[in-house]
Design a protein around this ligand. Sequence first.
Ligand code: GDD
Length: 296
Amino acid sequence: KYVIGSHEGGLVTDMPSHDNLFLYYGDLSDFSSISRIITTIRPDEVYNLAAMSDVRVSFDIPEYTGDVSGLGALRVIEAVRQAGVPAKIYQASTSELYGKVLEVPQTETTPFNPRSPYAIAKQYAYWMSKSYRDGYGMFITNGILFNHESPRRGPNFVTRKITRGAAAIALGGDRKIYLGNLDAKRDWGYAPEYVEAMWRMLQLEKPDDYVLATGETHTIREFLEEAFRHIGKRWEDHVEIKQELFRPSEVDILMGDASKAKRDLGWEPQTTFKDLVKLLLDADIELAKQNGSGQS
Ligand code: GDD
C-alpha cells in the first residue's frame, strides 16, 4: 500500500520519516493514486515489487490477484508513459512463469507454462512490459527472480514457516509445523543479493530480461532436514502434513541459469543453500528469544 519516493513531502503523515526516504500512500488497484505519485515525484527509477504474491492464496482470490499483480503493473507503466517521465522501470517477474517447466534449468528463453492465477497475472505483466518496451521504446526490464528469502520473508511462505517453527521448537516450545507438499523443488537464494542485481539492471544502457537464480535446487524436505539438523532434532517428530496446504496445481521443480546476469551485470549469488537456512534460522531464534522462548 505504500510507495517509496525520494521527493520531499510524502503523502503519508503518520509514518516515521527518514532523511532521504518519503512514503506515499497508493494502491495498485487505483490508477489515479499511482498516476498522482508518478506525476508528483517524477522518478528516475521505478521498481514495481508490489503484488498479491502468495501463490496458494491466488487460487482463492484469482480475480483480485489478476487486478493487482497483472493490471497493477500496467497501471504503473501507463502512469509513467502518460506523465512523459523518462523513468526506467523494473518489473518483478518471477520463476513461477515457468510453471510446469518445459526445460531444466530455466533461462530467459525457456517458454512459460504458468500453473496458478498468480503466475498467469504475472505473465500478463511480463508481456505488457515487453510490449511497452517494444512499442513505445520505454526502458522496462523484467527481472525473472527465483525464490529469494530473508528474515523479512512473510511467515506464510515455506522457508519462514519452517524456520519460525524450528526456532520455537529449539527454545523448548512444544509445537507442530503444518505443511503441504514436501517434494516440490525450489532454487532458493538470499534476497539482499537479488535486490542489488535489480538495481544493476536499471543502471544498464538498455532494458532487457534477466534470470536471477543460484542454479541449485532443493526439495522442501531437504530444507526441513537442514533446519532441524541445526537444532539437533528430528523434523519427522514435529511436522504434520495437511492436505489443504497442497495447491490445486503445483510447480514441481524450479532451477534457474543466471549466466546472462553474470555476463551483463557481473552478478553471481554468494550465499549457499546451507548458509541461507542457517541465516534464516538464527534470525528466527533471535526473534523468538526476544519474544519469549517458543513464542516466535
Ligand atoms: N507457503 C507454503 N506453505 N508452501 C508450502 C507449504 C506450506 O505450508 N508446504 C509445502 N509448501 C511448498 C509449496 O507447495 C511450494 O511448492 C513451495 O513449498 C514453496 O512455496 P512458497 O514458499 O509459498 O513459495 P512459492 O515458490 O510458491 O512462491 C514464491 O516464490 C516465487 C518466485 O519463484 C513467492 O514469493 C512468489 O511470489 C514468487 O514469485
